[in-house]
Design a protein around this ligand. Structure first.
Ligand SMILES: NC(=O)c1ccc[n+]([C@@H]2O[C@H](COP(=O)([O-])OP(=O)(O)OC[C@H]3O[C@@H](n4cnc5c(N)ncnc54)[C@H](O)[C@@H]3O)[C@@H](O)[C@H]2O)c1
Ligand SMILES: [Zn+2]
Ligand SMILES: [Zn+2]
Length: 372
């Protein structure tokens, strides 16, 4: 078999630009799948690695929100074939460790251990650079390369009708936000939900709330453009946090009680605090955002009392094989809005501009579109 060589964006040191390099993937193992990438979204989590807030071994190929076409499969792979359209997910899991047995694949011991090392799910490196040195890959993917080698369980086959640039968003931001509303917050029909932060994750939480039958969806952001998009995808009330206090609005709209559920998708001490203040007694708070790993966040103790339930979720309780095809079908029925979230399309060699735009808050998702 000829070697698998392709271009990828490599982060060599934090707070430096990514460089486009020719890299090589390992020969396919029995359970590996080679995916020719067609689109990959720039998520805030990638930016956190670039900025050094999330620390991983480097050099690394980032990118964990991707979709593409299966090109080759290892000999033990079942259920996937060349030509299949797939969305890649970042939670491969062993299925039989302490946490897998307790229905928490996101805490799978192999997933956590090898994820921190940023290598393949089998513990071995997946990529090498031009000089033959190991290249790490983020979250078992490395979607900012023209190809990816992933374990077969990470590639979820979906309907071919969905465009790749919309499909890729399901791989992280959309699943996380939509899952928080539909799988974690367990919203009741007719409830009042506040979503703080309207990037791709928050706009997907707004949509999850809509699809779960929330009557009132209060979207909070500091950008008018993001709030306008929130309205277009289902928010009923908008709060510009540069002008108005989200906590006061949540109370004003609920006879002083607070929202039934608050989903935090901004990732700052200020918004974590607002989330627990804005929820009603016995309400549900879901934190999706991240702040510095070792940063302390303080709360007014009284805001945590009264039977409030607070969950910090990675990936919105996803079961990708169940959820991804459902979301694709929802998109194809016109219910789940994804095209609206793709606010910039870039080539791989424009990726540093894409991250600069994400940092400035100019884009919901900049998406790398690979040539067909
Ligand atoms: N839990 C997970 O599995 C998971 C997955 C993906 C991303 N994330 C995290 O979720 C968060 C959102 O990710 P994203 O990719 O949508 O990021 P993003 O940068 O596109 O969106 C963040 C939004 O929050 C808004 N914001 C900033 N400060 C605010 C404030 N004080 N009040 C209200 N809004 C404010 C910004 O204007 C922006 O629209 C990030 O912290 C990211 O790391 C978590
Ligand atoms: Zn496990
Ligand atoms: Zn992400």
């Amino acid at each position: 078999m000829e070697p698998i060589r392709f271009d990828a964006a490599v982060l060599r040191a934090s707070r430096t630009p990514l460089s486009i390099e020719r890299v090589e993937a390992r020969a396919l193992g029995p359970d590996d799948v080679l995916v020719r990438m067609r689109a990959a979204g720039l998520c805030h989590t990638d930016l956190e690695v670039i900025e050094g807030q999330l620390v991983f071994p480097l050099p690394m190929v980032l990118g964990h929100e991707g979709a593409g076409v299966v090109e080759r499969v290892g000999p033990a792979v079942r259920g996937l074939a060349p030509g299949d359209h797939v969305i890649i997910h970042w939670n491969p899991h062993c299925g039989h460790c302490f946490y897998c047995d307790r229905d928490k694949p996101i805490l799978c011991e192999t997933y956590v251990a090898n994820g921190a090392r940023a290598v393949g799910f089998d513990g071995a490196p997946v990529l090498r650079d031009g000089g033959g040195a190991t290249l790490h890959n983020l979250m078992y993917i490395g979607a900012f390369g023209e190809c990816c080698v992933v374990p077969s369980q990470s590639a979820v086959r979906v309907a071919k009708e969905i465009p790749f640039e919309a499909a890729c968003l399901i791989g992280c931001g959309v699943m996380t936000g939509l899952g928080a509303a539909t799988r974690i917050a367990d919203l009741e029909w007719g409830s009042t939900v506040m979503v703080i932060g309207c990037g791709a994750v928050g706009l997907s939480a707004v949509q999850g709330a809509r699809l779960a039958g929330a009557a009132r969806i209060i979207a909070v952001d500091i950008s008018e453009a993001k709030l306008d998009l929130a309205r277009r995808v289902g928010a009923t009330d908008l709060v510009d946090a540069t002008r108005d206090d989200p906590v006061a609005v949540a109370k004003a709209l609920t006879a002083g009680r607070g929202a039934d559920a608050v989903i935090e998708c901004a990732g700052s001490p200020r918004t974590f605090r607002a989330s627990v203040e804005a929820v009603r007694p016995a309400g549900q708070v879901v934190w999706l955002g991240k702040t510095g790993f070792n940063e302390e966040v303080s709360f007014r103790w009284g805001a945590l009392m009264q039977e409030k339930r607070i969950t910090r979720s990675s990936y919105g309780g996803t079961r990708p094989a169940r959820d991804f095809p459902m979301m694709v079908d929802s998109y194809l029925r016109g219910e789940l809005k994804l095209d609206e979230l793709v606010t910039r399309r870039i080539r791989l060699d424009e990726i540093n501009d894409g991250f600069a735009a994400l940092k400035r808050g100019e884009v919901v998702r900049a998406v790398v579109c690979y040539d067909a």
